[in-house]
Structure formats: structure tokens, C-alpha cells
Design a protein around this ligand. Structure first.
Ligand code: SF4
Length: 413
């Protein structure tokens, strides 16, 4: 009988050599997100005095609140690639962020891999609103985007049907956070942020799903209208550069939002591009609408916002979760890209983030796929955007920076 060769994942360096047409910075970014990071004491000290962001408040993670550990909110590579990554403990060995010979560096196994910088703190974050709320608690900041998390809880958790990779339910309970953000605080925070020239080019709003109202998600839609109107009062134009990442609204709800606010783009996440895996991984979404209706509503949104102004996010890699995920990476990739092509052919771009098995989520003990899988997924999704002439401007490297696939749009073919 032939001896079975043990499967070995290729290292980051080997993947860089194998995929010369993919930026090594994008490959490193995907691996940093997949394996996560830890900070040495020297790195934490270096972060304190440099005008860096050490505090952020979001629906999935809150960093640097009173008494909490102090570390940079996130990282920036030499080519300007931003890496949204936290020191989250997973089953993979993390990269180590250190300071060696006065340089901030990423190390792996004691070797320097790359230089790195931390995200800078925007001016507004040191201010407070007239209600006394610190503005960093109203809006967090990516390098060029304001993030306003409108509601810190997702009601799919009410019946324990939150998505299996999601930690929002446990994060909310742990943080004791007030669920809602106040429109007046939003107006004042956006007004203050816009005073800093050239700092921001986009405003993103997101929240957990709110199921209540006359129709499913009506209260969530009304919440976004109030907050988008508050932010929009700071702009002279009818529309302002903005993105809403929300539940799968009906056409009636979306029309109401579009007509009554300056919203420019709509993102609604499918999370996983397979009906059966969706039902298992996202039981709340499945019960509320199901895969086909969730998808139909996203495709219909193109009629309101236009091609390239609607996209859907997937949690890249989660389709391989055990025991009910795809059995092999090849199978998962084929199925995902086939379905992504259907979205693209209807004018909807599919973007992926890198699955991190967050503590507090049902999948916390799972192991993420290989780095090569994420590189092939990123290339495949970017190739589809090229093939169908789609942009994903609302989630590109400049605005979001959380997606290796949209980073690839920096180099146009
Ligand atoms: S919809 Fe799913 S991923 Fe999004 S917040 Fe709710 S449980 Fe989490």
C-alpha cells in the first residue's frame, strides 16, 4: 500500500513565492488576520506616545476602555495596506509585534518579517459631545473611514440563533454597553471629524439586526434613517459618501431609507455562499428569511442603489467549519466562487473577510483554513469583479481595509 504523505500547509513565504501576481503585503495581511497577533511590552510602550489609536468601540470588539489593556487598535504595512487585526487568542500561533533597534516590526519565530506601523488617532477622538460622551465611543476610525456602530446588539441572539462565528452576543453581555447610539452625538462627532482636512473619505454605519416593527426589520430601518439624517446634516450635497451594512431590508424599507437619507451604498452580508451551510452557520438569518430571500433582497437592491453600489460580505473560510462545512478547500472554493459569480452577474460584488474563530463564538475552538485558501479566494473574488466590471469602492483598501480581495483592486489589470 502506498504511504500517505502528511499534508503540510505552505508558509507565508512559500505562498508569496507561489503567487507572484499577488502582492506580498496582501498575503501577509491575510496571514496576520488568520493567525492574529500579540504585542510585546516594548510595542505597547511604543504605541503610547506616538499619536496612535489605542481606543475603539465597536459591536464586535471594544479596545482600551477604562482599565483595559493598552495596545494599538490596528496595523498598517509599508505600502499603506491596513490590517484590521486584534490580539485574539486562536488555535494558530500568532505573529509577534515588537520593537527591535527602534523599528516597529512583525516577527515570526524570532525572525523579522516586515516593518509595521500603528493606526493614527484622528483629532475628533480626544473630544466629547455636548451630552458628555467621548467621541471615540460614538465613532471608531479606520485609516480613512469613520465607523458608526448604531446598535450594539443583534436580536438573533434572543433565541440563541446568532451566527456561529459571531461573538457579538457575548461581547455585548461582557461590555455592559448601552445598545443605542444617539443621533445628536452622531451629528456632533461627524461635524468634528470633518474639521480635519483629508482625514476621512467615507462614513460607514452598521449594527446588529433588530427584528421588531410592523414588518421584520422596520425598527432597524428607522434607526438607520435617524442616524444617516443626523450624519448627513453635515454635508451640503444631497448624497454623501456613506455605506450601511445592515439586515436584508425589503424593497419598501430600502426605498424609504434611500429617499429619506443621503445614503450612497448598501451592504448586506450573506456570510456564507451556500444554502445548506448558511442554514447551519447562520440559524437566525435562516429562520427570519432563509438563504433565497436574503439573496433575492440583496440582488433587488441594485435597482435602487445601482451596479457597484451594493455588495455582500462573506466570512471567508467559515464554509469549512466542522462538522457540517465543506470537506475540502477545493470544494469550498469552487462552490463559493460559483455562487459569487451569480451575484456578480447581477451587479453585486462579493467581498470576504478572514474568519477568526473568536472567543465567545460557537466556533471559538475551530481551526481556520490554510493561507493558500485565502489567497485563492481573494484572487477569485477580485477576478470576478474584473470580469463583470464591478467596483467595491465602499469596501476597498482606502475605506475599509479589512478585505484581502478588495486590496487587490489597487493593481488594475
Ligand atoms: S447577523 Fe450574525 S454576524 Fe451579524 S451581528 Fe447578528 S449574529 Fe453576528
Amino acid at each position: 500500500m502506498a504511504k500517505k504523505t502528511a499534508y503540510r500547509e505552505l508558509s507565508c513565504r512559500e505562498i508569496v513565492e507561489k503567487y507572484p501576481d499577488v502582492s506580498p503585503f496582501v498575503i501577509l495581511k491575510a496571514d496576520l488576520q488568520r493567525r492574529t497577533v500579540v504585542y510585546t511590552e516594548r510595542a505597547r510602550e511604543a504605541a503610547k506616545g506616538g499619536g496612535y489609536q489605542l481606543q475603539a468601540r465597536g459591536i464586535f470588539t471594544s479596545i482600551g476602555d477604562a482599565g483595559a489593556d493598552c495596545y494599538p487598535v490596528s496595523l498598517m504595512l509599508r505600502d499603506g495596506t491596513s490590517v484590521f487585526v486584534s490580539p485574539v487568542k486562536t488555535s494558530r500561533p500568532p505573529y509577534v509585534i515588537d520593537v527591535i533597534d527602534g523599528r516597529k516590526v512583525i516577527t515570526d519565530g524570532g525572525e523579522i518579517v516586515e516593518e509595521v506601523d500603528f493606526w493614527y488617532k484622528p483629532d475628533y477622538m480626544s473630544k466629547t459631545t455636548s451630552s458628555g460622551r467621548p467621541m471615540w465611543k460614538v465613532a471608531s476610525a479606520r485609516p480613512q473611514r469613520m465607523d458608526i456602530d448604531a446598535y450594539y446588539y443583534c436580536h438573533f441572539w434572543d433565541e440563541g440563533k446568532g451566527c456561529r462565528y459571531c461573538n457579538m452576543g457575548s461581547h455585548f453581555k461582557k461590555g455592559g454597553l448601552p445598545a443605542k447610539v444617539d443621533p445628536k452625538d452622531v451629528f456632533e462627532t461627524v461635524r468634528e471629524a470633518l474639521k480635519q482636512p483629508g482625514r476621512f473619505c467615507y462614513i460607514k454605519m452598521t449594527a446588529g439586526s433588530v427584528l421588531s416593527g410592523r414588518e421584520l426589520f422596520d425598527d432597524e430601518a428607522d434607526m438607520y434613517i435617524a442616524l444617516l439624517q443626523a450624519a448627513g446634516r453635515n454635508f451640503e450635497t444631497r448624497r454623501f459618501p456613506s455605506q450601511m451594512i445592515s439586515s436584508a431590508f425589503s424593497l419598501k424599507q430600502l426605498s424609504k431609507i434611500y429617499e429619506n437619507t443621503g445614503l450612497m451604498s448598501y451592504t448586506c452580508d450573506m456570510e456564507v455562499l451556500n444554502e445548506e451551510k448558511f442554514a447551519w452557520i447562520c440559524p437566525g438569518k435562516n429562520k427570519a428569511l432563509g438563504y433565497c430571500e436574503w439573496k433575492k433582497r440583496i440582488l433587488e437592491a441594485v435597482g435602487i442603489f445601482g451596479r457597484g453600489f451594493v455588495n455582500t460580505g462573506i466570512v471567508g473560510g467559515v464554509e469549512l467549519a466542522k462538522p457540517n462545512g465543506f470537506a475540502t478547500e477545493d470544494e469550498a472554493l469552487d462552490a463559493t466562487l460559483e455562487e459569487a459569480e451569480d451575484f456578480a452577474s447581477h451587479g453585486v460584488s462579493v467581498i470576504h473577510c478572514v474568519w477568526v474563530p473568536y472567543p465567545g463564538s460557537a466556533f471559538s475552538r475551530q481551526v481556520t483554513p490554510s493561507l493558500e485558501y485565502f489567497v485563492r479566494l481573494s484572487k477569485g473574488l477580485n477576478d470576478l469583479r474584473v470580469k463583470y466590471g464591478l467596483a467595491a469602492d465602499m469596501d476597498d483598501y482606502r475605506r475599509c481595509g479589512n478585505h484581502p480581495d478588495t486590496d487587490l483592486a489597487r493593481v488594475k489589470p
